[in-house]
Design a protein around this ligand. Structure first.
Ligand code: GLN
Length: 486
């Protein structure tokens, strides 16, 4: 069963080939048997999952089910889940049991999806390797010595090893697309405002967006269908109608205008990765697409602008963790300052502290204009680059990551090199446009991801473009050997 896509599992449930309880037990068993190697889950919610599956089976028996009823999935531990620990992979929230569901979780629950558990991630979603988690690093199922990418590394590893058929993720600077690329999965970061951020623990509020990591574009379309849409509880949620994402998957790509940015094929890109990306693009030409070179001239400003804006917003968002209201509180504080200092000092890990300190610095009087304001100006230029590019092309393609999965511990002492892991993904978040990563080949047995970027609210087009590629290739069906047995 674990080899099947969400679409196939949905059919299996409707045909009564298996029940939701059987399906859920199957994945829970895989998690139990295999996850010691990966560390992809922080919390497994087996009991709750079986109860939800039993409810789903009753709905299916009564004919009151939808396409997602009874399908298991995992949630990144950044989404609040009622009565279940929501840690954000931080010691700060190790003891936090959320009293409510995030909108994404609530909508998926209402659609009948069964939650298997909460997946590991970089602490507060800060990282590109899933090595900053309080619960330890996650390993890449394709090579256990390598990182799965981050910050949604637990979700990526779990789906790649088929411990879950799909998982949610969040993407602030690449955290869905980059781990999807490094683990051979399909990942979509929707337009900013497409998916509600309510109950999704905030890192950088103007960049954060929820999405999914799946085996295929077809599966992503099914899940996005229930996640997307206006939510009055998120003031940046957009009241744009949600199209039927599955209806347009097979539209012809004849005449599709693809733009390849010069800046995404320059120095810093592993030449072997470049070769795989170029081969994937020629597949699109066979499908009738027309390719042209374009320029996104302010690309070089993306990483520096991001590492001002994201820390600035995170320093503000994370000020709520003060040891008073919820989360970690130090032992026997002598006074209020001691309470704040030790609770935060003990609760946050090194990378989170680095970001908070950078953020407070760039927002402080005297530095605000030089850093924060400048970064906001760069952000506008980056957005304008995309706007201009989309006058000439329908979709932008390039690599998701400059390299395949790197070795554990190889970038942890060098934050700047770590930050460059997202050199091709970050501009998308600064602009707010939607993007995907799809598996398109391998280098030395490790997956390579092709990034697709489209104009605002063109998720349907992205899914269509991704699906057509997946109709003519089988990269997305490959399972790492170590996890492909029984
Ligand atoms: N790797 C980037 C960072 O560390 C992006 C993380 C993310 O998208 N959440 O901030």
């Amino acid at each position: 069963m674990f080899r099947s896509s969400l679409r196939q599992l949905s059919q299996g449930l409707r045909d009564r080939t298996y029940s939701s309880v059987e399906l859920t037990e199957h994945f829970l068993h895989r998690i139990q048997a295999e996850d010691d190697q990966l560390n992809s889950f922080i919390t497994s919610t087996a009991e709750m999952a079986l109860a939800e599956a039993a409810t789903a089976d009753r709905l299916i028996a009564a004919g009151q089910h939808g396409p997602l009823t009874g399908l298991p999935l995992a949630h990144k531990d950044i989404f609040c889940t009622a009565n279940v620990r929501t840690s954000c992979a931080s010691r700060m929230l190790d003891n936090f049991i959320s009293p409510y569901d995030a909108t994404v979780v609530a909508r998926m629950r209402a659609a009948g999806l069964v939650m298997l558990g909460k997946t590991n991630m970089d602490e507060f979603a800060m990282g590109s390797s899933n090595e900053t988690s309080y619960y330890g690093p996650v390993r890449n199922p394709w090579d256990l010595e390598r990182v799965p990418g981050g910050s949604s590394g637990g979700s990526a590893a779990a789906v790649a090893a088929r411990l879950a058929p799909a998982a949610t993720g969040t993407d602030t600077g690449g955290s869905i697309r980059q781990p999807a690329a490094l683990c051979g999965l399909t990942g979509i970061k929707p337009t900013y405002g497409r998916v509600s951020r309510y109950g999704m623990i905030a890192f950088a509020s103007s960049l954060d967006q929820g999405g999914v990591l799946t085996q295929s574009a077809e599966d992503a379309a099914m899940l996005l269908q229930v996640m997307a849409g206006f939510d009055a509880r998120d003031s940046t949620s957009v009241a744009e109608p949600v199209p039927d994402y599955s209806a347009t998957l097979t539209h012809s790509l004849a005449g599709l205008r693809i733009g390849l940015p010069d800046e995404y094929f320059a120095d810093g890109l592993d030449p072997a990765v470049a070769t795989v990306i170029e081969a994937a693009i020629s597949e699109y030409e066979k499908l009738g697409a027309k390719v042209q070179r374009i320029s996104l001239p302010h690309s070089h400003l993306a990483v520096p602008a991001y590492y001002v804006v994201a820390p600035a917003e995170c320093s503000s968002n994370l000020s709520r963790f003060d040891g008073v209201r919820f989360g970690h509180r130090c032992q026997d504080p002598v006074d209020l300052n001691d309470l704040y200092q030790r609770s935060r000092g003990e609760g946050f890990g090194a990378e989170v502290k680095r970001r908070i300190m950078t953020g407070t610095y760039v927002l402080s009087a005297g530095y605000y204009d030089a850093y924060y304001l400048k970064a906001q100006q760069a952000r506008r230029l980056i957005r304008d680059d995309f706007q201009q590019a989309f006058e000439a092309v329908d979709v932008i393609m390039g690599p998701t990551s400059p390299s395949t999965a790197f070795l554990l511990n190889s970038r942890m002492d060098d934050p700047l090199t770590m930050y460059l892991s997202d050199v091709y993904t970050i501009a998308v978040n600064l602009a707010g446009v939607p993007a995907m990563s799809i598996p398109c080949g391998e280098v030395a047995g490790l997956p390579v991801g092709l990034q697709l970027i489209a104009p605002y609210f063109s998720e349907a087009r992205l899914l269509n473009i991704a699906h057509c590629f997946q109709q003519t290739s089988d990269w997305h069906r490959r399972i790492p050997v170590a996890f492909a047995g029984n």
